[in-house]
Design a protein around this ligand. Structure first.
Ligand code: AHR
Length: 819
């Protein structure tokens, strides 16, 4: 859809190679195709005028292997490039795993966009007309001093020239994307204050989405257990499993638990509370004995605050009394209460504990008298103060930080977590509702454990509590293509081999029913089966869900498409009012983007989810990205995006690049309906992915400067956009592309909201003429972010703005309301 559009001056759509393909001669120059030793590159090409000359590399990965998990895999071995017989397209075939038992195939007619990759168990399984035949021949060559294996064929010199010019255009584009504020003093040497006038054109006002700024919650970086979910006990259900975290010998059903004194602590599975929660602790105190939980990096307590302890327990014989204590690092008791366990059946016990002191690193200690025996499970401690006072609720400070952004929707539960690491790890929403002991714990593909105490019910409730639309994302019947070693073990049939696997066909009807059941759970009345389940969970009124994501940046393949379609058709038929959000891959271009958009147009999917994690320069040089998107058809949900710099820090530079781009998104918010920065939350010392929007530890929340941008946009959204004529006294495109303006109107308040971004190292003196809007304003309330682009600690300041003339300091983002 977009190839050649976004950087019109730099990238030319290169559609000339297909013609060339048929014209390959036995003369001309030699072209070598190869990959680097160890598979450490994509498909590379080099050429030489004759066999006595040096190979000259073109220096570009024309296509990269997408098979296998991130990290150790995604390598390309023994690539071969040829023109296939059936459609004369250039075709690359390579080995996708070091063992040589997976073959990949992709075709192209322009060396820019490649078809979705297909994987085969054997070379013999490749379609007949796509088998690499003559005139290829194996060779071994030295390119830039490195010995590589490859294949040689003859092409014309013109062909190489066109490839070289394509590579040069890509390099030019990459250089633009890599532009950094640190180079601005050179780039803009001699630049003085820029003067700008801004004149709104109310006659061209257009409706835009009123759901533009939302949040994307994924349990990554300990965002849920140990994070937003307020539970303070780690491994409360003794369900941690070595498979959650391969290679960690300390990760098992006893993780975070320890003992003191003379006794026995064992994990048992006979006669558990629930078959979904098979493990429990069995304790026998020979002498005085204690079971201790260290929480998630210990348990923070605040003086005077109450904490709700609960557990399920039973005794084999005689009743006993346990002392439930919260203790500091050296064992001093900060709070304690006794509980008498009487029953031989699993029974709930609870007490409220009040902290006598502030302690950041306390532990839970359950003390047993000599001779006592008991079984325990679901050992839990919650602060009484949770967000909105919900039981089984959310951490108040974190949830408030999210609510303060005024997100219009919440996407959950992932990301990769939603489609999972293999079919068995797909996030089954039904396993995340109901009584806590009946929920199915799930391995988290980010290498830890999900109790799913924060499950679908709690997500819906949170959305309701903050006035945001729920946007659940379900797998499209395929797991994450980047995940672990299930690659070879998933359901593989000819042509469906691949890490993407796919739920077996015979199981798809049941899966589709699960999807429909989710909509009934959210919206059905209490007389329906799943509406009744929602009521039993505590919420008789429907949650009024309007959006449903199907798929997460999946490869758009022959495994994906029919499964997606089966789900999509069923939802459309049964619930036409639901806006289904499809997926178009993990990048702003490429095979999955192209194929995903083609599918969206073909199936008339209401909205698709785009993702891109790119450099600040990408945002600066792609401000027109959505300008040419067709209106009136499929809309865009920019579901994951962030600005990445080396070191992956959040700085004013990353934040301003997004503030700038969001002015363009507002301009295009008739086609871009929703956006959410990603990832949202990260616990310090457990951060697996950077940058994130909000960091936290057990006691503090650290919103980033990127958060401040999202918050300003969330609190200053409109539902119509007023185009404005922005004119500067500088004709340098590099200057003008670093200035952003946006005027929106919020029909609820009637306010006009003006956003101005100055991503330049010099001030911009702006004259903002509000007269065309029929409003007279000389002083308005505003908020400004400004400072050093490297600084991550910039905070917004309230400001009184005098109109019409104002000054935007270097590197600043100003928002003001005209009431
Ligand atoms: O946001 C982190 C991850 O990035 C998401 O899980 C996935 O969708 C994307 O690759």
């Amino acid at each position: 859809m977009k190839a050649g559009l976004c950087l019109g001056t730099v990238v030319a759509a290169v559609c000339v190679f297909c013609a060339e393909a048929t014209a390959i001669a036995s003369s001309g120059v030699e072209m070598l195709n190869y990959s680097m030793p160890g598979g450490d590159s994509g498909l590379r090409l080099a050429w030489r005028p004759d066999s006595t000359s040096q190979w000259q590399p073109l220096g570009y990965d024309f296509v990269k292997n997408d098979f296998g998990p991130w990290g150790s895999h995604k390598k390309m071995y023994a690539p071969r490039l040829f023109v296939n017989a059936s459609d004369s397209l250039w075709t690359a075939v390579w080995e996708a795993m070091p063992e040589g038992d997976v073959f990949a195939l992709s075709t192209t007619d322009d060396f820019s966009v490649w078809s979705p990759q297909r994987y085969f168990a054997s070379e013999l399984d490749l379609p007949r007309d796509m088998r690499p035949l003559n005139p290829l021949r194996a060779d071994s060559a030295t390119v830039d001093g490195v010995r590589v294996g490859g294949y040689v064929q003859h092409v014309s010199r013109g062909f190489i020239d066109r490839l070289a010019s394509f590579v040069a255009s890509r390099a030019g584009r990459a250089a633009l994307h890599a532009e950094r504020a640190a180079d601005d003093s050179l780039r803009f040497a001699g630049l003085d204050t820029v003067r700008m006038t801004l004149v709104p054109r109310p006659a061209e006002e257009k409706k835009i989405s009123d759901k533009l700024i939302g949040i994307f919650f994924e349990d990554i970086n300990y965002a849920a257990d140990g994070g937003l979910y307020a539970e303070l006990i780690q491994n409360r259900d003794f369900e941690y499993d070595p498979s959650d975290r391969r290679g960690d010998n300390n990760w098992n059903a006893t993780t975070a638990w320890s003992t003191e004194g003379d006794g026995v602590f064992e994990i048992r599975t006979d006669d558990p509370i629930h078959y979904n929660n098979p493990h429990y602790a069995s304790v026998r105190g020979n002498g005085k004995f204690a079971l201790i939980n260290s929480g998630f990096d210990f348990i923070p307590l605040r003086k005077g605050e109450s904490y709700d302890f609960s557990m399920k327990a039973r005794v084999p014989e005689k009743p006993l009394v346990v002392d439930v204590q919260l203790v500091d690092a050296v064992g001093n008791i900060v709070s304690s209460k006794k509980i008498k366990i009487r029953s031989k059946e699993w029974t709930d016990y609870s007490v409220s504990l009040k902290a006598k002191a502030n302690v950041d690193d306390s532990r839970l200690r359950i003390v047993f008298a000599p001779g006592s025996e008991a079984d325990l499970d679901m050992v839990s401690l919650f602060p009484a103060r949770t967000f909105k006072g919900r039981r089984n609720g959310l951490r108040d400070d974190l949830a408030r930080t999210l609510a303060d952004m005024r997100p219009r929707f919440v996407r959950f539960p992932g990301g990769c977590v939603a489609h999972g690491d293999g079919i068995d790890n797909i996030y089954d929403w039904k396993g995340s509702i109901g009584p806590l002991e009946a929920r199915k714990a799930l391995r988290n593909l980010w290498g830890y454990h999900q109790t799913r105490g924060l499950g679908y019910y709690e997500y819906f409730l949170f959305c309701e509590d903050i006035g945001a639309e729920p946007l659940p994302v379900l797998s499209a019947g395929v797991p994450c293509q980047n995940s672990g070693d299930h690659a070879r073990h998933s359901t593989c049939t000819l042509n469906t081999l691949g890490q993407q696997g796919g739920i077996p066909w015979e199981e798809m009807p049941a899966y589709v029913q699960d999807v429909l059941d989710l909509i009934e759970y959210a919206n059905g009345d209490v007389t329906t089966e799943w509406g009744a389940r929602r009521a039993a969970d505590g919420h008789p009124a429907p949650f009024n869900m309007k959006y449903l994501g199907i798929g997460n940046e999946d490869m758009i393949t022959e495994v994906f498409e029919p499964r997606f379609r089966m789900i999509y058709d069923a939802v459309r038929e049964r619930y036409p009012e639901i806006t289904v959000i499809g997926t178009v891959g993990p990048f702003y271009e490429g095979s999955d983007y192209e194929a995903g958009w083609e599918l969206a147009r073909r199936l008339d999917i209401p909205m698709v989810d785009e993702h891109y994690y790119v450099e600040p320069g990408w945002y600066v040089h792609n401000r027109d990205f959505y300008d040419s998107y067709p209106r009136g058809g499929t809309q865009v949900y920019l579901g994951e995006y962030a600005s990445h710099i080396p070191g992956r820090k959040n700085t004013l530079e990353t934040a301003l690049s997004i503030a700038l781009y969001l002015t363009d998104i507002e301009r295009n918010a008739d086609v871009v309906a929703m956006t959410s920065y990603a990832p949202l939350l990260a616990k310090k010392k457990h951060t697996q992915w950077k940058p994130d929007l909000i960091y936290f530890n057990n006691t503090e929340v650290f919103p980033t400067v990127d958060y401040e941008v999202q918050k300003i946009y969330g609190n200053n959204s409109g539902d119509s956009y007023i185009p404005a004529f922005a004119n500067t006294d500088n004709s340098n495109p590099a200057v003008n592309t670093r200035i952003g303006t946006s005027v929106v109107r919020d029909s609820a308040s009637g306010d006009y909201i003006v956003k101005l971004v100055n991503f330049l190292p010099v001030p911009v003196v702006a004259t903002v003429d509000m007269e065309p809007l029929g409003v007279k304003a000389d002083k308005c309330d505003g908020v400004i972010l400004s400072g050093n682009p490297d600084d991550g600690d910039v905070r917004p300041e309230a400001i009184s703005v005098s109109l019409p003339d104002l000054v935007l300091p270097p590197y600043s983002f100003l928002t003001f309301r005209v009431r």
